[in-house]
Design a protein around this ligand. Structure first.
Ligand code: AMP
Length: 210
């Protein structure tokens, strides 16, 4: 089972991808998480990515795709995986095609920009394990503390309102064209966002059965 999760920044891709990964027993691969852990560890890759990420810009395709191809060739990916936040440009999708990587489903979470902007304000992430939270929609059991690992929750720098608006513009111009790209391959499943996280998960699980 190889799945791509599309959707605007803040659409809930990470939360939904984690649920699908658990249900199907496949790894959840988020290029954003990989970049953030490299930045934290101070690696060469992290240094290359940091200035782009802080400005709400995309990391160049050659950096992203090299890293992704290495990851999907690891042993835990042999039965499939779910990609979250990648591909993000037509160039990245073509690079995956050229590398012979094919997909079963492309899920695209559909949600308005206004809702995204409102929602991003409350978004938090574990500074240790990267698990996503929201102060209203998905609060941790103890305020400011990760349920899974006890790490401290923080707001990402790129979740600041002006950066969010810029990231939405980048999404519409660079990433949204991927919907047409995968629709023409017959594997696009638009997922209308639901009022609750569980509701959206249900719509996704139905789409994956088809
Ligand atoms: P995310 O956690 O998916 O929202 O990603 C955070 C940031 O990492 C993005 O705003 C980009 O700067 C960078 N990034 C993540 N995935 C990609 C990708 N596939 N291509 C280019 N940049 C990416």
């Amino acid at each position: 089972m190889k799945i791509i999760m599309l959707g605007a920044p803040g659409a809930g891709k990470g939360t939904q991808a984690q649920r699908i990964a658990e249900k199907y027993g496949i790894p959840h691969i988020s290029t954003g998480d990989i970049f953030r852990s490299n930045i934290k560890a101070g690696t060469e890759l992290g240094k290359k990515a940091k200035s782009f990420i802080d400005q709400g810009l995309l990391v160049p395709d050659e950096v992203t795709i090299g890293m992704l191809l290495d990851r999907i060739h690891e042993a835990d990916c042999k039965n499939g995986y779910i990609l979250d936040g990648v591909p993000r440009t037509i160039g990245q999708a073509e690079a995956l095609d050229q590398a012979g990587v094919t997909f079963d489903h492309v899920l695209s979470i559909e949600i308005s920009d206004a809702e995204i902007e409102e929602r991003m304000e409350g978004r938090r992430v574990c500074s240790t394990c990267g698990a996503p939270y929201h102060i209203h929609a998905k609060p941790p059991k103890q305020e400011g503390i990760c349920d899974s690992c006890g790490g401290v929750l923080m707001q990402r720098d790129d979740d600041r309102p002006e950066t969010v608006r810029h990231r939405l513009e980048v999404y519409h111009s660079e990433t949204e064209p991927l919907k047409g790209y995968y629709e023409s391959k017959g594997i696009l499943n638009p997922i209308p966002n639901q009022p609750t996280i569980e509701g959206t998960t249900e719509v996704i699980m139905e789409a994956l059965k088809a």
